[in-house]
Design a binder for this molecule. Structure first.
Ligand SMILES: Cc1ncc(COP(=O)(O)O)c(C=O)c1O
Length: 403
């Protein structure tokens, strides 16, 4: 028996995209195999680095970054975030902005300040699994609402409304979505907000991919559509600004504060307890949000991310028994394996077998809290030739694989 037991609050906490499958990949690498890793939405290893001006924003201020900052973050960065949202139709005060060590830290803080044991949070299925893990960590209960693959993975509003109980405290909206790549229509966002309004729910809007959208997709800033609701909007530098390693993100509080004074006091307490976020990386925020920094060329026709998305999606659909909704945003495809063709009972075993036979690392669908075992996620950050090789390996594997 272990003499240093694990805290029981970790019982229901899972983060499979860095779990047993990644451990097996490390073992194979240690044994000398080269693994093609398309499992993490981390732009830099694929040569997608932060723009120079963003890096310079941090370097130029390093001399002012030796001490702790204000617990919410340095004021110029919070002013830049407030101005960024003003341009999106959302007026917020710089004091309503909390900076964090990535959105990840702010997700945990927002839930820690909110949840009592047994409180429920509505989370999409599939989800970015940190949300479900963090709700469980904070003693809450993650209740998943269905997203409909046949409708381009839009949330099923009837199912969402049917999940609300007397214990429901908050609704998580991940838009654009990881892992599905869905970008929600205005009508869908309004429908979700209507459920939140009818039941007095706090809205947690994870919009980290808000500027990574393709073709004619439009991202609607949730909080701008609901000035009458308390909304926490989360975003940061990891994806659009390709600076995931800086660990720099923000949380913006909008809507009526009066009924939430205690909650916001709790959020401030937690911000104070972590002293402050990494200070050098806070200085990259002002530079990133300056008008001339844009990811648009990578997303336009001929742009690298656009080509990679198009190629991956097209080739994926050419594999017999694989169907893939075209992602309208973000960095992922989330294909379905037709159960008539590929009978997968254990999708984690499926990705481990793929890893061992083809040295290709993907993520299994149940790791994103999808109830069925017929999906997987592939990150399309790699150059087209590498993605092409990956899809060929997958096709060869599927041609012979039986579980
Ligand atoms: C939907 C979503 N939210 C949050 C995060 C974490 O972001 P950060 O790097 O800011 O912690 C990710 C990372 O992949 C994500 O996909």
């Amino acid at each position: 028996m272990s003499t240093v037991p694990q805290a029981s609050r970790l019982q229901g906490v899972r983060y499979d995209i860095r779990g047993p499958v990644l451990r097996r990949a490390r073992e194979l690498e240690a044994a000398g195999h080269q693994i093609l890793k398309l499992n993490l939405g981390n732009p830099a290893p694929f040569g997608l680095n932060a723009p120079d001006s963003v890096v310079n924003g941090m370097l130029a201020n390093i001399g002012s970054a030796h001490g702790y900052s204000d617990a919410r973050g340095v004021r110029p960065a919070r002013v830049a975030v407030a101005e960024h949202y003003l341009a999106r139709g959302l007026a917020v005060d710089p004091d309503d902005v909390f900076l964090g060590n990535g959105v990840s830290e702010l997700i945990v803080m927002a839930l820690q300040a909110l949840l009592n044991p047994g409180d429920e949070v509505l989370i999409p299925s599939p989800d970015y699994p940190l949300w479900t893990g963090a709700v469980n960590l904070c003693g809450g209960r993650a209740v998943h609402y269905r997203c409909d693959e046949a409708a381009g993975w839009a949330p099923d509003l009837d199912h969402l409304a049917a999940q609300v109980t007397a214990r429901t405290r908050a609704m998580v909206i991940i838009n654009p979505n990881n892992p599905t790549g869905a970008v929600y229509s205005r009508q869908t966002v309004l429908g979700m907000l209507d459920v939140a309004r009818r039941h007095g729910l706090l809205v947690l809007a994870d919009e980290i991919y808000d500027q990574i959208i393709y073709e004619d997709a439009v991202h609607h800033t949730t909080a701008a559509l609901a000035p009458d609701l308390l909304v926490l909007t989360l975003c940061g530098l990891s994806k659009t600004y390709r600076a995931a390693g800086f660990r720099s993100g923000w949380l913006v509080v909008s809507g009526p504060r009066a009924d939430a004074a205690e909650y916001l006091e709790g959020l401030e307490l937690l911000a104070n307890m972590r002293l402050c976020p990494n200070v050098p990386a806070q200085f990259a925020i002002e530079a990133a949000l300056a008008g001339d920094v844009t990811i648009a060329p990578l997303l336009a026709p001929g742009g690298r991310l656009r080509e990679q998305r198009d190629h991956t999606w097209r080739r994926m659909n050419e594999i017999p028994g694989v169907d893939c909704v075209k992602p309208a945003g973000a960095l992922y495809v989330f294909p379905r394996l037709d159960p008539e063709v590929h009978k997968i009972r254990d999708d984690q075993q499926f990705v481990i077998d793929l890893l061992e036979q083809q040295h290709l690392l993907l993520s299994h669908g149940t790791g994103f809290n999808l109830p069925s075992t017929d999906h997987f996620r592939l990150v399309f950050l790699a150059p087209v030739a590498v993605l092409d090789d990956a899809v060929s390996r997958l096709a060869a594997f599927l041609g012979a694989y039986r579980q």
